[in-house]
Every structure is written in C-alpha cells, then in structure tokens.
Design a protein around this ligand. Structure first.
Ligand code: FES
Length: 93
C-alpha cells in the first residue's frame, strides 16, 4: 500500500543473484508500469544490493512488504493490487 503521503515505495534487490533470477526483467516491468500510467510522482523506486536472501529471490519490497520469488507474472499482480488513482476503471472488475 502507498504511504500516507500517497507515495508507493518499491525497493528492488539488484544483487547479482536476484538480478539474474528475474529482477532484471522486473525492473523493466516496473519502469514500464510507472511510465505507461504516469505514476512517476507516486512511485519511489530504489535499488539495494544483496539482502542475503538470494535463495528466495528475486526479492522485492513493495509498500514495506518483503516479497520473495517474484516472477514477472507475480510482479504484475502485485502492482495491480497497489491500485492506481489515475485509472478510473481500477477495481471495477
Ligand atoms: S541478490 Fe538479492 S538477496 Fe542476494
């Protein structure tokens, strides 16, 4: 969930294991999501080095919640679950 200031914090592990296991693609997915929906002001994306949880990677923290084994499909689900205040049709299905 976004913080009280409306900004969603996303932290992506850019350690070599997570990067090779899928965070390279996940980074592109997040970037595309932010760009295509015009969310630059409401998403704060940062990268971190290895979090010593490589075996459970690729790892991401979204809205303060640690997520493991984040496939590209799972990432898309997680991003959708965060909501998008700019899309009027969100949550109506
Ligand atoms: S590279 Fe991500 S936890 Fe080690």
């Amino acid at each position: 969930m976004p913080a009280d200031n409306g900004v969603l914090e996303i932290v992506i592990c850019l350690g070599s294991s997570c990067f090779a296991r899928g965070n390279s693609e996940n980074l592109a997915i997040i970037d595309k999501h932010v760009q295509s929906l015009g969310l630059k002001a409401s998403v704060h994306l940062t990268g971190k080095l290895c979090q010593d949880q490589c075996k459970q990677g690729p790892n991401l923290i979204i809205g303060g919640v640690f997520h493991h084994n984040v496939t590209s499909a799972r990432l898309r689900e997680l991003l959708e679950q965060q909501g998008n205040p700019l899309r009027e049709d969100h949550g109506t299905s």
